[in-house]
Every structure is written in structure tokens, then in C-alpha cells.
Design a protein. Structure first.
Lengths: 485, 485
């Protein structure tokens, strides 16, 4: 194992891990003297990681070092994860003092979770993938419970931990099955699995259990029941992080697994993934219609969007699909979805204050009169989530559904398209309240510049890439051209 | 002049820039800015009209590559069908701004903003020659209309606005699926001129035509997809209703003309009997129902269903007279019904009611208003020497060639329409002045007369000498029939 090579390629991950450890050491000291130092350090490490990832992406040649691989798709996932983490941190800056979350561990855990996601993206072996999954998940479990004096937060954290551990158990058992079938847990060995497989039962069991584990992480139906409670109970900046970064990490795992085991015709991949996708979209959208808490509504919306992305995964595995464009579409969609969701959560944070979180939909009444920019931004994000042009949400759906049509999944596209129509109803709800209803008796808390800057950035990218998405999409396609698996 | 069409499409956005500069509270200044800004696209479209040669090909073409990965271009151009519609749009918007000069105090800026954005969307829809671009403009136009109805409308405006959006979205999203299919099956192009030459298998044509036709049938509206129309029209503010009836409904018939029928000629031929039947039902049903409406706006709304039934009948006849009549009637209906809604708005401004029972004998107190209303009424009915006659006559002639029985049935619709409108006129204008409030009404001001003059002039000009209009449409009609037969 060539350590120098590994170190240079793995810099993005290592810098985050190092940064996290440093913060854990510094936190007690810094808290007393310079509270915002920790945030600054975290942002610096994230920035450094981003630069290293960019260097890795540009250097081009894909590389596999036994346990970890370094191809452009992995770095592309790194970009999305780092961006999501960065935006979540910016959201946290003034949210944490308000929620009385004083611990420096918060920042370390965000860095660790992101690092875990990146490990998933760069994994060349199922065990390493599992490692990344656990690092990310354990950090997420703790982050969920960080609102110390609120019982909902504890409940959410415990729920997430217990159910997440069961899912990880399934995943691990699936790895064991895969080892039994292939003699090794590396993706390379899995890809070289003989056809027909020597032990079909083991392969089926492996795929089934691994999918259950990954399905939980991505909150696909029917493994989604933890999601609304956890998203509602967690501190909102953590919810934003989980909905974007952890979900992206889950998809990274899914894509790698699907690509390495997708060649086995005995496994009905299309049926499994198409059913998952259709169920996820439909259940997510239908249940969201009944929600009156905006965090829960956004949680179900996240579930539905995972469903749309699953359509992309289904399409990528079809024989006649343009796999490159389709996987690029999934990457683009995860990127777009992260931006829109972080933006929406940013507005949710902006409206709340300690003691009155203002998370009910009725709390948004008349926001347009009180704060036209916030209302406009929220309306934009909600329109983008619906998939209205000219926003990035529309372009993302366009790329995804084009790929699906290319692959011949007409029925699934119709389901997806009808689901988008249904989703319009609950996305319009807050807009109606903001613009067409009387103001409620509530004074908006002052909004910090960091929060405003984050929202402005998200608004800008949502519109700009909605109009001119070519460059980013071509970059995504470039990332997928030479994947190791 | 280069890029004339692009300037026409986006020049209303200059008004947006201007409006943002006006300080809050200076509402007359806002109205002046918006009015002047709306004159720019009008002038530009008239220039386009004078330079238009009517060759049957698309003129004023502009092609710019947009999404490289999918060969989507920014491709615009006009022909004999779209240019008159564009001129109609640019004419109606300044009139709407003039008519609403005294309304919506306190929330003028938003109204003007959405009006101008709507104008851009509308002109864009009529100019788009790339399916993706068309879809973007089509969907994007929903947002300003939604806000106009929801923010400045009547009592049940939110219900009407949400119904409008959801109903239209379902249709358009299915159309998106069909567009994507067309892209994949058609050699990966969204270019309309290329797609016209494509040969698509019959079964696929049927499905695609059905999807496109559904979206357009909802917009037109074709019976039985018309249920959103009365609510939207009644609850929308006057300016919204004018544009809704005057232009938005034409987007549906334009869609049939430009996309559904020429792209899928065999499927269109199969569906012709269905649409002819629905059109005739719409004509008779619309006229009959309008007879019993107590609300003035709802009455006009149902006559719109009837009138557009004529247009669909003309299109489906696929004869030169029928199609020419249909195209002409699109413009005529825009003028007459636009004028009707403007007039209704004027009386609403004075009496704040639209119930016919509240009026009576207005001819005594408002003679000028009566004269103008009568002129527009007879234009709507189709009296010779007015524009409505030319259109209806051509349509009936063309549809008689195709199927005499349906033409005869449709002709009875003319009678019902006349009954409904004239009965309303009798109840509102003639007879003694029964209600106290009507005795002190002020007749039309100079501004209101100025609003009506261009429309009245056009009513007679097209009625007596329609050649200037039909001359430019002729070759496009021929081209259309070639494609569809």
C-alpha cells in the first residue's frame, strides 16, 4: 500500500477527520475565550477539504487502492456533501446560541458525519462502506439529540439510534452474505461474480439485506417511518444537514452497490428499484398533504424527492439506458435538491426563535407583508421543489425523467410526473399562507447576516442554474465517464 | 433590427426594473412606469407585424444553443398563427393597466409586476419553436397567474387560484412525459421543425397526442375539462380575467394548432370525431348554461367555453376555411371577450357587484357605456360587420364541408349565444331604472373610453375588411393543412 499516494488522494477525508479531532480538543478552551472560533475552524477545514477534493477531481485518472477508490464520481459526491455541510454550518451560526446548544462537539460531529459520507463515496469495499455509514450515522444520532432541554429531541435521537442500528445490522448481515457468495467484500470481487452465481440464495439475501439497510438511510418507503419524527425533533440546522448530506451519502452507497451488483440478471433489479421508487414518491407526496408542521412536511417532501432520485437509479441499471447521463442526472438532482432544501430550512430557522419555534404552517401567515424577501425566497424554494421552471428543481426533474424515458421506464415517469402534480398542492399551501392570508400577531426575530447570505446564495444558484444548468450538468457527466465500478 | 423577437418577449421585464426603482407609496408613478413599459412590446410587435411577410415559414428566427447535453436550443420564431396572438397580447396588457388605474390601492406594485411577468411568459409561449423552451414558458406562466388571482381576486380567490394551478399542472406534466418521449423517439431533438418531419408509430402517436391534447384541452377549455374556468374567471381581478380569457385560453387552441395536430397527424385524425363532438357539446352547453347565470362574469365565462368550442370545431375540420376561421376567431374572441371583461370591470368599479339582478335600465344613466357594451355584445354574437361574424362564418363553412350535421348543430349554438347575451343586455341596460343605486351612476370617463377605443376599432376593422389579417395567415393555414392531412 503506497501510503503517500493514499494520503494525497484521501486528503479531503483526512482533513475533515483531523479537523473534527482538533475541534474536540479545542472546544472547551475556545468556548471560554472565542466562541465563534470553532465555527471558523470548521469552515476552514471544510474549505480545505473542498480544495483538496477539487484537486482530486481535476487530476483525472481514476484510481483504486484496494479498500478505497478515487474516481471523479466519488469526488463529485464529496462536493455535494461538503457544500451541504458548509451551508448547514452557516445556518448553525446563530441558531445554536438561540437553542442553547453550546457544545463544540456539534461542529466536530458535523465534520465527522461529512467525513463518513465521503468514506462511503470513496469506498471500494463493502466493509469500508459500512464503516463510513456508521461514522456518519453515529454522528447523526448524537446531533439529533443536541437540543438538550427539549424532550422531542431526545425521543428523535433515541428513535433514530435504535432503528438505525437495526438497519445497520441488516446491512452488516447482508455484507456477510455477500462475502459468502463472493469470497471477498470488495466491489471488484462482487463485480466479477460469476453468472449464474454459484450460490444464488446468498446473493439474493445479500442484495435484499443491503437494500434494506441502505433504504433506511435514504428514507425510502417502507423504511421511512423514522424520518418525519427525527426531522421534526432534531435542531433545524441538523435536519437541514441530515436531509441533504446524509441522504446524499446514502445514495452514494446505493449507486456503488447497484453498479457493482447490477449485472446479475437473476436479481430483479428493475422491479425492486422501480417499486421502491414508485412507493417512495407516492407515499411521500400523499402523506405530506396532511402535514401542518413545516419540518414534517419538508421531511415527507425529502422522502418524495428520494423517490424521484430512485427513478434515476432504476433507469441507470437498464440495459438500454445512457448510464452516464442518467447517473449524472442523479448527481445533479442530489445537488439541486440539497440547495433547495437547505434554503427552505434556512427560512424555517429565520422565522423561529427560542420558545416559539414557529414551525406550524399557520405561523407563515402574512409573511409576505412582514418580510417580503423571506417570503419570496421560501416561495422560490417551494416552486423549485415542485419542479416549476425556470428553477433548478425543474431542470433536475427534466434530466432525471429524460434518463428514465431513455431507459424505457414510461410507467415510472408517468407516476413521477403525476406525483409532481400532487406535490404542487402541499407546496402551494405555505405560499398561500404567506401571501394571501392575514398577518399573525408575531414579531420576527432579527435575522443575522450569515443566514441572509445563505438564503441569498441559495436563491441565486436556484435561479441561475435553473436557467443555465449546462456547465454543472456537463461536469456531472464528466464525473461519471470513467468510474471504477 | 436584430433580435427583434427576443426584445419583444423580454421587454416587459424592463418594466420590472423600472418598477423596482419607484419608492413605496408612489402608486401613480408605478402605474405610469408600468404603462410606458407595456407600450414597448406593443410597438415592437407592431413593427414585427409590418415586417412580417407571411411566407408560411417561421420568420424572425433566433437560435441559440442552450442546454448542450440535450440539444435544447433557445429557438424562437413566428408565423401567421402566432404573430397575431402576440400583437393581441401586447395590445391587451396596456389596456388592462389603463383600466385598472384606480384599483388595488396599496398593492399596486405586485399587480403590475405579475402582469408584466405574465406578458413575457405569454409572448414566449407563442414564439417558442423548441419543445423544451415551450414547456418552460408554458409552466412558468402559471406562477404569475396564480398570484394575480390569489392576491388581487374576489372572495373565493384562493380556491380558484389553487384549482387553476393544480388542474393545469396535471395536464402539463403529462405533456412533459410525452415531450420527453418525443425527444427520445425522435432522434434526440427538441427542434419543432425537425419533429414535424418525424414518422412515429401509430400506437405511440395516440398516446402522445392524448397527453398533449389533455394539457391543451384543459387550457382551451374543452368540455368536460372546463370546470376550472368559471371559478378562475369570476374570482380573478378584472385585468386577470381579461388576460385569462383574451390570451391564456388561446394558448390551448394554439397548442393544438402548433403541436398536437401537426406532430401527430394520424392520431389527430383518429381523435377528430371525439373533439368535434366535445366542441359541439361545449358550444351548446356553454351557451345554454350562460343563459341562466346570475353573475355577469360567469355568464361571459361560459360564453367563452362556447366560443372556443367554435375554434376547436374549425381546427378539427382541417379545411382551409375552417382553420382560417379558427385562427381568426382566436383573435376575435380575444378582442371581444377582453372588451367584455373590461366593461364588466368598469361597472364593477362603480357598483361593486356583478349580479345582473342589481342592474337594470343602465341605458338611461350611462348611455355611452351602453353603446360600447352593445357593440361588443353584437361582436361576441357574430353580427355581420363585426369581427365575430367573419370568424364564425368561416368556421361553419369549413366544418360544413367536413361534416354537415355537426355544423348545423353548432350553428344552433350561435342562436343560443345570441339569446344569452341579448337577454343579459335587456336585463342590465333596458327597461326602467329599478334600483336606487343605479340612478346616480357616472358614465364613462375619458380614460375608460380610451381603453375601449382600440378594441372597438378592431371589431369593425376586422369585421368589414379582415383582409389585412387573413392575408398574413393564409400561407400558414395552407402549411398547417399540408402537415395535418
Amino acid at each position: 500500500m503506497n501510503w503517500q499516494v493514499f494520503l494525497s488522494f484521501a486528503t479531503p477525508i483526512l482533513s475533515l477527520l483531523g479537523g473534527g479531532l482538533l475541534i474536540l480538543l479545542l472546544a472547551p478552551l475556545a468556548k471560554r475565550f472565542v466562541p465563534s472560533l470553532i465555527l471558523l475552524v470548521s469552515v476552514l477545514f471544510l474549505g480545505f477539504s473542498l480544495i483538496a477534493a477539487w484537486g482530486g477531481w481535476s487530476s483525472g485518472t481514476p484510481l483504486s487502492l484496494g479498500l478505497m477508490l478515487f474516481d471523479r464520481m466519488a469526488y463529485a459526491f464529496d462536493f455535494i456533501l461538503l457544500l451541504a455541510a458548509l451551508l448547514s454550518l452557516l445556518l448553525s451560526k446563530d441558531y445554536l446560541p438561540e437553542e442553547n446548544i453550546k457544545d463544540g462537539e456539534y461542529y466536530a460531529l458535523i465534520l465527522f458525519a461529512t467525513a463518513g459520507g465521503m468514506i462511503i463515496a470513496h469506498a471500494a469495499d463493502l466493509i469500508v462502506l459500512f464503516l463510513g455509514l456508521e461514522v456518519a450515522s453515529l454522528s447523526a444520532y448524537v446531533l439529533t439529540g443536541m437540543k438538550r432541554n427539549v424532550i422531542k429531541s431526545y425521543e428523535a435521537s433515541l428513535k433514530y439510534f435504535i432503528m438505525g442500528s437495526i438497519a445497520s445490522g441488516f446491512f452488516l448481515y447482508g455484507i456477510a452474505m455477500a462475502y459468502g457468495a463472493a469470497g471477498s467484500t470488495s466491489f471488484a470481487a462482487l463485480q466479477k461474480l460469476s453468472l449464474p452465481p454459484a450460490e444464488p440464495i446468498l446473493v439474493f439475501a445479500a442484495v435484499a439485506m443491503i437494500l434494506i439497510g441502505v433504504g433506511f438511510k435514504v428514507a425510502a418507503v417502507p423504511f421511512h417511518l423514522w424520518s418525519p419524527d427525527v426531522y421534526e425533533g432534531a435542531p433545524t440546522s441538523v435536519t437541514a444537514f441530515m436531509a441533504t448530506a446524509i441522504k446524499t451519502a446514502g445514495f452514494a452507497a446505493l449507486i456503488r452497490i447497484a453498479l457493482s451488483l447490477g449485472h446479475i440478471p437473476q436479481i430483479p433489479w428493475t422491479n425492486i428499484l422501480a417499486t421502491l421508487a414508485a412507493l417512495t414518491m407516492t407515499v411521500g407526496n400523499l402523506v405530506a398533504l396532511r402535514q401542518h408542521n413545516i419540518k414534517r412536511m419538508l421531511a415527507y417532501s425529502s422522502i418524495a424527492h428520494a423517490g424521484y432520485a430512485l427513478v434515476g437509479v432504476t433507469a441507470a441499471l437498464q440495459k438500454n439506458s445512457l448510464a452516464e447521463s442518467t447517473i449524472a442526472a442523479i448527481l445533479f438532482y442530489l445537488f439541486a435538491y440539497s440547495l433547495m432544501t437547505v434554503g427552505a430550512f434556512a427560512v424555517v430557522i429565520a422565522i423561529g426563535r427560542r420558545g416559539d419555534q414557529a414551525e406550524e404552517l399557520t405561523d407563515y401567515s402574512g409573511l409576505a407583508q412582514k418580510h417580503p424577501f423571506l417570503a419570496g425566497a421560501m416561495a422560490l424554494f417551494l416552486f423549485s421543489l415542485t419542479g416549476m421552471p425556470p428553477t433548478i428543481g425543474f431542470v433536475g426533474k427534466f434530466y432525471l425523467f429524460s434518463g428514465a424515458i431513455e431507459a424505457g421506464l414510461y410507467g415510472l415517469v408517468i407516476v413521477g410526473v403525476l406525483n409532481s402534480a400532487v406535490s404542487a398542492y402541499y407546496y402551494l399551501g405555505p405560499i398561500v399562507k404567506m401571501y394571501f392570508q392575514k398577518e399573525r400577531d408575531y414579531v420576527l426575530p432579527p435575522i443575522s447576516y450569515t443566514l441572509l447570505a445563505t438564503i441569498v446564495l441559495c436563491v441565486f444558484i436556484v435561479i441561475y442554474l435553473g436557467l443555465f444548468p449546462s456547465d454543472v450538468f456537463l461536469m456531472a457527466r464528466e464525473s461519471v465517464r470513467e468510474i471504477v465500478f | 433590427m436584430i433580435h427583434l423577437l427576443t426584445f419583444t418577449i423580454f421587454s416587459p421585464l424592463l418594466g420590472l426594473a423600472g418598477l423596482s426603482l419607484v419608492p413605496r407609496g408612489r402608486e401613480s408613478a408605478m402605474r405610469v412606469v408600468a404603462f410606458l413599459a407595456s407600450l414597448i412590446p406593443l410597438v415592437l410587435s407592431v413593427v414585427l407585424w409590418t415586417r412580417f411577410r407571411g411566407t408560411g415559414d417561421f420568420e424572425f428566427l433566433e437560435i441559440l444553443p442552450w442546454l448542450q447535453g440535450y440539444k435544447v436550443d433557445y429557438r424562437i420564431g413566428v408565423d401567421g398563427f402566432s404573430l397575431p396572438l402576440i400583437v393581441l397580447t401586447t395590445l391587451l396588457v396596456p389596456l388592462v393597466i389603463l383600466q385598472s388605474w384606480k384599483d388595488y390601492a396599496g398593492k399596486v406594485r405586485g399587480f403590475l409586476v405579475f402582469l408584466l411577468v405574465l406578458e413575457t411568459g405569454l409572448i414566449g409561449v407563442f414564439s417558442a419553436l423548441d419543445l423544451f423552451l415551450f414547456y418552460v414558458f408554458w409552466e412558468a406562466m402559471l406562477v404569475p397567474m396564480y398570484f394575480l388571482i390569489g392576491g388581487w381576486g374576489g372572495e373565493r380567490r384562493i380556491y380558484a387560484a389553487v384549482k387553476f394551478v393544480l388542474y393545469t399542472m396535471v395536464g402539463s406534466l403529462l405533456m412533459l412525459a410525452a415531450i420527453l418521449y418525443l425527444y427520445v423517439a425522435g432522434g434526440h431533438s427538441f427542434n419543432l421543425t425537425d419533429l414535424y418531419t418525424l414518422q412515429i408509430p401509430h400506437k405511440a402517436q395516440i398516446l402522445c397526442f392524448a397527453a398533449f391534447a389533455l394539457a391543451f384541452a384543459i387550457k382551451v377549455p374543452v368540455f368536460p375539462f372546463h370546470t376550472w374556468l368559471p371559478d378562475a374567471h369570476v374570482e380573478a381581478p378584472t385585468g386577470g380575467s381579461v388576460l385569462l380569457a383574451g390570451v391564456l385560453l388561446k394558448m390551448g387552441t394554439y397548442g393544438f394548432l402548433r403541436f398536437a395536430m401537426p406532430l401527430f397527424p394520424e392520431a389527430a385524425a383518429t381523435f377528430v370525431p371525439v373533439f368535434v363532438l366535445l366542441a359541439v357539446i361545449g358550444i351548446i352547453y356553454g351557451s345554454l348554461v350562460s343563459m341562466v347565470q346570475p353573475d355577469l362574469k360567469k355568464l361571459v365565462a361560459y360564453t367563452s367555453v362556447a366560443h372556443l368550442g367554435f375554434v376547436v370545431l374549425g381546427l378539427m375540420s382541417r379545411t382551409p376555411e375552417g382553420v382560417m376561421g379558427a385562427s381568426l376567431q382566436m383573435i376575435n374572441h380575444g378582442i371581444s371577450t377582453g372588451a367584455l371583461f373590461l366593461l364588466v370591470g368598469m361597472i364593477y368599479e362603480r357598483r361593486h357587484t356583478r349580479q345582473i339582478a342589481e342592474f337594470g335600465g343602465l341605458a338611461t344613466t350611462m348611455p355611452l357605456y351602453t353603446v360600447l357594451f352593445l357593440i361588443v355584445t353584437v361582436s361576441s354574437i357574430g353580427l355581420p360587420a363585426t369581427n365575430g361574424f367573419v370568424g364564425e362564418f368561416l368556421i361553419l363553412m369549413g366544418s360544413f364541408k367536413a361534416n354537415p350535421i355537426t355544423a348545423a348543430l353548432a350553428a344552433t349554438g350561435v342562436i343560443f349565444g345570441a339569446v344569452s347575451m341579448l337577454w343579459m343586455v335587456k336585463k342590465v341596460f333596458f327597461g326602467p331604472v329599478t334600483k336606487e343605486a343605479n340612478k346616480s351612476l357616472v358614465d364613462l370617463s375619458a380614460r375608460e373610453v380610451a381603453v375601449m377605443i382600440p378594441l372597438i376599432v378592431l371589431i369593425f376593422w376586422i369585421g368589414v375588411a379582415p383582409g389585412f389579417l387573413t392575408h398574413k395567415m393564409e400561407k400558414s393555414v395552407t402549411r398547417f393543412i399540408e402537415r395535418v392531412k
